[in-house]
Design a protein around this ligand. Structure first.
Ligand code: ADP
Length: 197
């Protein structure tokens, strides 16, 4: 089963993807996490994307597409993938269609988490506080200025892909403002239907 989880920054894509990973035994591919690992390891790619991410802008399509393409062929993706944070542009959505086809796979569901954007700043502060309480490092793009830029990028470049999937009758929206467990059940109901189809 191959699934896309989309939504603005702070919508809960990562939280839900991790839960689905266990429940359906499919692999979460978070492009944000993959890029942060590249930065951490000081790779050439990491050096290239670090300042772009710190500004809250999208990294170039060709870098992301190459990253996903190489990752998808790993054996841990053979049962399926939850795409978290990808695709983020129409060009990436088109590239994903081609990749899936060349791997003989299909896309089973596209889930958009809808949120009240006025609440995203509160969620950001909660995430920072929780990370610090757990002794972890706060993401360098988790601050209010960068969040605003990430939201602009989302509206300019990512929101249009809802249309791309709606036109293909793939898009299903889940209210991301519900408690985490309720969001999870709503997504699971969609995936169970997709799996039975
Ligand atoms: P969030 O959804 O909370 O903004 P992510 O961890 O998904 O966080 O992404 C963090 C940053 O990584 C983005 O702001 C962007 O710079 C970069 N990024 C992640 N995925 C993509 C993508 N598919 N295309 C372009 N840039 C991406």
């Amino acid at each position: 089963m191959n699934v896309i989880i989309m939504g603005p920054p702070g919508a809960g894509k990562g939280t839900q993807s991790k839960r689905l990973e266990e429940k359906y035994d499919i692999k979460q591919l978070s492009t944000g996490e993959m890029l942060r690992a590249e930065i951490e390891s000081k790779s050439a790619l990491g050096r290239e994307v670090e300042s772009i991410m710190d500004r809250g802008e999208l990294v170039p399509d060709e870098l992301i597409i190459a990253l996903i393409e190489s990752r998808m062929s790993h054996s841990d993706c053979k049962n399926g993938v939850i795409f978290d944070g990808f695709p983020r542009t129409v060009a990436q959505a088109e590239a994903l269609d081609e990749m899936l086809e060349s791997h003989g796979r299909t896309l089973d569901a596209v889930i958009a988490l809808s949120v009240d954007e006025a609440k995203l700043v509160d969620r950001l502060h909660t995430r920072i506080a929780e990370t610090q309480a757990a002794g972890g490092a706060v993401r360098s793009d988790d601050n209010e200025d960068t969040l605003r830029r990430r939201l602009e990028e989302y509206h300019d470049k990512t929101a249009p892909i809802s249309r791309y999937y709606a036109d293909r009758n793939m898009l299903q929206t889940v209210d991301g403002m519900q408690p985490i467990a309720a969001v999870e059940s709503a997504i699971a109901a969609i995936l169970d239907r997709a799996r039975a189809a």
